[in-house]
Design a protein around this ligand. Structure first.
Ligand code: PXG
Length: 455
């Protein structure tokens, strides 16, 4: 394809025919957007000829950037060999088997089974199906309730959207009545006068209270992202996860770690659960399992659940045409092999992540910055008008929207969530590219401060 062919026609057709996800459709139809045409390493190019540093790894998925040719070749080879065959009706395909085996190796020791889907949303739907089946088989059919957190993101199907708790989205999902929400550990936005540690304990104990309120005999599972990604890279206070884990250990409920963003190196270990010492029974994955090159998701099923599922006959009546698609699994194998062979997770954790985190913390003194937080290869910068009172820069997150637009214009792709600028650069970023990211963000912050008259 000619990368810059007829950008005007492309943009016109995009506006006329294409309904975009998480987009103001009327606004998009009127103004259109950026058409990304090609990419290399950690840079994307658009149809207008702009080159941008991709500070978001696509949508939190291209952890190894855009130039991993061995993954492309693995997909191509697989499509020539066996482009499709399903895993239903006593059949399997080789890449699905190999990837299942590899996943059992790279996940914590008590994870030895996987159920494949095409996305994180479907994987979280699958979690609900698995958990309900688990308790049915155990003779506890009344255990059907899920507890999740406000401002969580678990996907966009009805079930995954019900588990999620981001307000704007939740308002449009008629949620499932068996999902309940507790508060999130977002100290900067909701901690008030409490210390981060006290606030962390307080919101963690809401899990205990919610279990008691609903009845332990009715609660099936608690689901959470080790670090909320889409909600704003919310790093919980240190007191939070140990308290949640204590509650999960004491109560007869399952714990699902949604590793769709944290998984495969983002937090510095293979999984966010390892970074935070969590012992989940199930782990959701998607995105970086194929480096974002082709859709694939799934659930890692821990031994406690797997043993029950395998203990009795009767069909588990759940599956997707493309569960374990050979080309997707070939991409997953190539990605995991690359992660293992290059040791990139440990290298990024030791060298690039500390540089990212320390360079970003230099921005803490900036007049419009209220907080810089992050862990491993992702971070958030909260924008304020007044540091002491944490007063926001502008209503309805307009300050962060403005800053995002300035950063984009300066050649940096970063996101805005609420009043925070969020970033998750690829693990393969080099030191000087991290410097470029931070310098461009700094410039956007300066422009934002000027625009809002804060100095
Ligand atoms: N769980 C988590 C933690 C996610 O971040 C999903 C599940 C759903 O995965 P799929 O593959 O169904 O999209 C996600 C997805 C954003 C944004 O604005 C984040 C996601 C998706 C779309 C937008 O940051 N994460």
């Amino acid at each position: 394809m000619n990368h810059v062919a007829d950008a005007t026609t492309l943009r016109q057709h995009d506006r006329s025919h294409h309904l975009h996800p998480f987009t103001d459709l009327r606004d998009y139809a009127a103004h259109g957007g950026r058409i990304v045409t090609h990419a290399e390493h950690i840079y994307i190019h658009d149809a207008e000829g702009n080159r941008m540093l991709d500070g978001m790894s696509g949508l939190w998925c291209c952890n190894l950037g855009y130039s991993q040719h061995q993954i492309v070749e693995a997909i191509y080879r697989q499509l020539q060999e066996l482009p499709y065959y399903n895993n239903f009706f006593r059949c399997a395909n080789q890449p699905a088997v190999e990837l299942a085996t590899l996943l059992a190796e790279v996940t914590p020791a008590d994870f030895n089974h996987v159920f494949f889907t095409n996305s994180g949303s479907e994987a979280n739907d699958t979690n609900i199906r698995l958990v309900h089946r688990y308790y049915d088989l155990l003779g506890k059919p009344e255990k059907k309730l899920f507890i999740s957190r406000k401002n969580a993101y678990h996907g966009s199907t009805i079930a995954a959207g019900s588990l999620g708790g981001m307000k704007a989205m939740h308002d449009q999902v008629r949620g499932l009545d068996y999902v309940h929400h507790i508060n999130q550990p977002h100290w900067f936005a909701e901690g008030g006068d409490l210390s981060p540690e006290d606030f962390g304990l307080k919101v963690a104990r809401e899990l205990e209270q919610k279990i008691d309120e609903l009845g332990e005999d009715r609660v099936a599972a608690f689901i959470a992202e080790p670090v909320q990604g889409a909600g704003g890279v919310i790093i919980p206070p240190d007191s939070y996860w140990p308290e949640i884990q204590r509650i999960c250990d004491e109560r007869d409920i399952l714990f699902i770690a949604d590793e769709v963003i944290c998984g495969f190196g983002r937090t510095g270990e293979w999984f966010g659960s390892q970074t935070y010492g969590l012992k989940p029974h199930l782990m959701t994955f998607a995105k970086a399992i194929t480096n974002g090159y082709i859709p694939l998701g799934g659930v890692m099923v821990g031994d406690q659940v797997a043993e029950v599922l395998l203990s009795q006959g009767g069909e588990f009546a759940h599956g997707l045409t493309y569960s374990g698609h050979p080309a997707a699994c070939a991409a997953g194998i190539a990605t995991l092999q690359t992660l293992r062979e290059t040791d990139i997770i440990a290298q990024a954790a030791a060298q690039i992540a500390p540089h990212l985190q320390s360079r970003l913390r230099e921005l803490a003194d900036h007049p419009v910055v209220g907080e810089v937080r992050g862990r491993g290869m992702f971070a958030a910068v909260e924008l304020v008008r007044d540091k002491g009172s944490r007063e926001r820069l502008a209503p309805e997150s307009q300050g962060a929207v403005y800053c995002r637009d300035r950063a984009n214009s300066n050649g940096l792709m970063v996101r805005q969530t609420g009043d925070a600028m969020i970033m998750a650069p690829p693990l393969v970023s080099r030191r000087e590219e991290i410097d470029e990211l931070v310098d461009k963000l700094h410039q956007a912050l300066d422009e934002t401060a000027r625009h809002y008259g804060v100095n």
